[in-house]
Design a protein around this ligand. Structure first.
Ligand SMILES: [Zn+2]
Ligand SMILES: [Zn+2]
Length: 596
């Protein structure tokens, strides 16, 4: 639980544990060849690590000066000539002590450090041409197989992701099995850059970041409107699904965290505060406190299931170097809920949750993928609990007609889980939702209900979040929509534009009419040319522009222009208000006003 994503990443995809799929083998091999090219051009650099990662690879080097774009171009040329020479990758084994001496002699201090941390008598090394690297493999047969690649960027990165360690220079690259795949990936990267939520967040006045609060967004009125709409969506749906909302404190005495196990396993990720000589922690999760709500009353089998939703503000102490926009934050809010039920209710509860997942992603046109993770080798709980829980999750997936990937042994130590990825408009996968069965918290907190036979029993706890954190979800949505949010989420849903000052009064009455219908509208009656004001509304991705002049005033109409660019023409104001209200109420994914 305590490992940061960076550390997990190092242990999962670092040099010693390559995922051996053909694509990641190719990428990892390309990282070796890139290191070879770098060594040829800059013999003084020291090698750190070079894993395959999602969509590519990187290699970290110790070098006094950062790599420039010109350097990357030279390195790319060198990789091409190494590929052309078609050098074979050859594996050899070496005793660990021998390998340490070998890398010491070469001045490769990072390799020595890695070797010192390995608990094995022998290690493997891979050679291509004059280059040799410590590596578990596997690799492609020869460098000639490296054809469709590109170096993308370089940046500083701390050794082992820790700011107390030396700063290294990391080069990122990508490699694919064919030209078409490479081209598609480069297009996606280009498009993602244009859609970068940090850039759009600023341009559209949604959210900003300030150095006084690293990893915590400052919500501007526009972005906060989106948060409120998502919260409203969650609340409306949960109210209709038998959930009860609670709210629990942010600052909590360490006693609770000791009992929940967070103090032992998660302390490094928590912000701690001393108050009147007692230690408190800012909550990193809502779960332990929901058990207090459960315990506050005597529960009978008839009271279950109890479904507590808690959209509490959470804090996790992520390293400052890893914080990125809304994707990696220190402060966030989840659409979190904890369900307490009997073992025989697990399947029905999970079935209902999966129904919510399916329904909730629909208005966003996000396609969900389900992954079922089962009992890991080290786990807590009885065989019966695990069997019932795993079967419950699987049957619930089937009952909803959902295809799923099976990840055997990938569950948490406290129970099996379903994770849900979504595919966004750029074809990127994001893990968002999670449904986790937990036998541990009920045990640790001694939760009970009185069963039909009068005996006390333990309930099962299910943790679940569907949008995950609102912060990250809004970051994803911003990029998914390229800032053009559907009307129900758009901070400004309609903008009224008088052709000239003479029509200001009618424009004002149209604006008031829209606001009266609770449509988020504004009025742009600035003393600027109409064309300029229309462009401005388009840049700000306002779904609808309502242009009004003399003709519209006389007829009680507006000239309607959706942000998509087409001119729908003149539409009666009553109809615009009616259609808009409906579009917002049904949370329509597309702009529909004035089209029927
Ligand atoms: Zn390697
Ligand atoms: Zn939880």
């Amino acid at each position: 639980m305590a490992a940061s994503e960076e550390e997990r990443h190092l242990t999962l995809t670092g040099d010693f544990d390559c995922d051996p799929s053909p694509l990641s083998t190719l990428r990892h091999s390309t990282s070796h060849v890139m290191a070879q090219a770098v060594k040829r051009l800059y013999p003084e650099v020291k090698l750190a690590i070079g894993p395959a990662i999602e969509d590519g690879f990187y290699y970290d080097f110790e070098k006094s000066e950062p790599f420039t774009p010109e350097d990357l171009a030279r390195i790319e040329d060198e990789i091409r000539s190494i590929a052309k020479a078609d050098l074979r990758f050859e594996r050899q084994e070496m005793e660990r002590a021998e390998a340490i001496a070998f890398f010491r002699q070469r001045g490769e201090t990072f390799k020595m450090e890695i070797l010192q941390g390995i608990d094995a008598p022998t290690v493997s090394l891979y050679t291509q041409g004059e280059f040799i690297d410590l590596c578990r493999g596997p690799h492609v047969g020869s460098t000639g197989q490296i054809r469709f690649f590109k170096l993308l960027s370089s940046s500083g990165a701390y050794w082992r992701g820790d700011e107390k360690n030396p700063m290294l220079q990391r080069i990122y690259g990508t490699a694919w099995l064919g030209q078409e795949d490479l081209d598609k990936h480069l297009w996606r990267l280009e498009e993602a850059k244009k859609r970068d939520h940090r850039k759009l967040g600023r341009e559209l006045d949604l959210y900003i970041f300030n150095e006084v609060a690293p990893g915590a967004p400052i919500w501007l009125p526009g972005g906060w409107t989106i948060v409120r709409e998502l919260e409203r969506f969650v609340r409306e749906n949960l109210d209709a699904s038998g959930y009860q909302e609670i709210s629990t404190p942010i600052l909590v005495n360490k006693k609770l965290w000791e009992q929940s196990g967070h103090w032992a396993y998660y302390q490094d990720n928590m912000f701690l505060v001393e108050v009147e000589a007692q230690m408190f922690g800012l909550k990193p999760m809502n779960c332990p406190e929901s058990t207090i709500v459960y315990r506050h009353a005597l529960r009978s089998y008839r009271d279950l299931p109890l479904r507590f939703s808690d959209m509490g503000r959470l804090h996790r102490n992520e390293r400052s170097g890893t914080l990125t926009g809304l994707f990696r934050v220190r402060q966030f809010t989840q659409d979190d809920a904890h369900v307490y039920c009997r073992l025989d209710q697990v399947q029905a509860e999970i079935t209902a949750m999966l129904g919510l997942v399916r329904d909730w992603y629909k208005p966003f046109r996000l396609e969900p993928f389900f992954k079922l993770s089962t009992r890991p080798p080290k786990s807590l709980g009885t065989d019966e609990q695990w069997q019932v829980a795993e079967r419950g999750l699987e049957d619930a997936l089937r009952a909803n007609g959902l295809a799923f990937e099976l990840n055997p042994g990938d569950g948490t130590f406290y129970g099996p889980k379903i994770d849900v990825d979504i595919l966004d408009a750029l074809g990127r996968r994001w893990q968002i939702a999670t449904i986790q069965i937990d036998f541990q918290q009920p045990e640790r907190f001694g939760l009970e209900y009185i069963d039909a036979d009068g005996q006390p029993r333990r309930p099962v706890m299910v943790h679940r979040a569907i949008f995950g954190s609102f912060e990250r979800f809004i970051g994803i949505l911003t990029e998914h929509y390229a800032g053009a949010f559907p009307t129900w989420l758009a901070p400004v849903q309609a903008r009224v534009l008088p052709i000239s000052e003479k029509h200001a009064e009618y424009a004002r009455s149209v604006w008031e009419r829209l606001r009266g219908a609770r449509i988020r509208a504004d009025l742009d009656d600035r003393n600027e040319k109409l064309g300029y004001r229309i462009r401005d509304a388009q840049v700000r991705k306002v779904p609808y522009m309502l242009v009004v002049g003399e003709r519209e005033r006389a007829a009680g109409t507006v000239s309607l222009r959706p942000r998509t660019g087409e001119d729908v023409g003149t539409v009666p104001l009553d109809r615009v208000v009616g259609d808009l209200t409906r579009e917002i109420a049904v949370r329509a994914p597309d702009l529909t006003v004035g089209r029927s």
